[in-house]
Design a protein. Structure first.
Length: 198
């Protein structure tokens, strides 16, 4: 359930400025009805300034009037007051310090198993720099002897969905049907020559 910003200050304003029941105010602000009653009695939050939920866009006047008329009705936050759910942020990927030493292993695995991925895609997927990727590809990385290719998903550096999406983007412009079809015919032709000669 979504609550208004500064629920206690909102409760103080509603107690002081509306005839809403303690239960109505409590349910809207996430406070217990007895706590709202204590606010009304001046036992708690005596120094707190009330916060008008109508003025700050968390509640509409129509919603407030509806609940004043019906003591059984419950206040609902205005749609504008609900923040948009942020799924993914822009910017560099944060990697916990404990997992940072695993990045070279993940980069080595990606360059070995998915050569179609560009340095930019690997950089975005793992959260590393292009010079680091180039050093691992060319085996000039300072820790090259100790790098062992390991799957980035098992290391917790990316999700399988992110990896699949990156590989799909990398393969989008290529035609996979042509390459595999040509390979078996080339491999079969020397065998045909042997049978013809025998």
């Amino acid at each position: 359930m979504s609550l208004p910003l500064m629920p206690r200050a909102t409760a103080v304003w509603l107690v002081e400025n509306t005839p809403l029941t303690f239960d109505q105010i409590g349910e809207f602000t996430g406070l217990h009805g007895l706590e709202v009653q204590a606010i009304a009695d001046g036992e708690v939050s005596t120094q707190m300034h009330g916060l008008d939920p109508v003025a700050n866009g968390q509640l509409t006047q129509e919603e407030l009037d509806r609940c004043i008329k019906d003591p059984n009705a419950r206040l609902k936050l205005a749609k504008e007051a609900l923040p948009e759910q942020v799924v993914k942020h822009k910017g560099p990927r944060y990697t916990p310090i404990a997992k940072r030493q695993d990045k070279p292993d993940a980069i080595a695995w990606l360059t070995k198993n998915h050569p179609e991925l560009t340095d930019a895609q690997i950089s975005k997927l793992i959260g590393t720099t292009k010079p680091t990727i180039a050093a691992i590809r060319e085996r000039t990385h300072w820790n090259a002897p100790n790098i062992k290719p390991r799957h980035p998903v098992s290391l917790g550096l990316c999700t399988m969905a992110e990896l699949d999406a990156a590989v799909a983007r990398a393969n989008r412009g290529k035609k996979p049907a042509e390459a595999p079809a040509a390979a078996p015919t080339e491999a079969a032709s020397p065998a045909e020559e042997d049978t013809a000669a025998g």
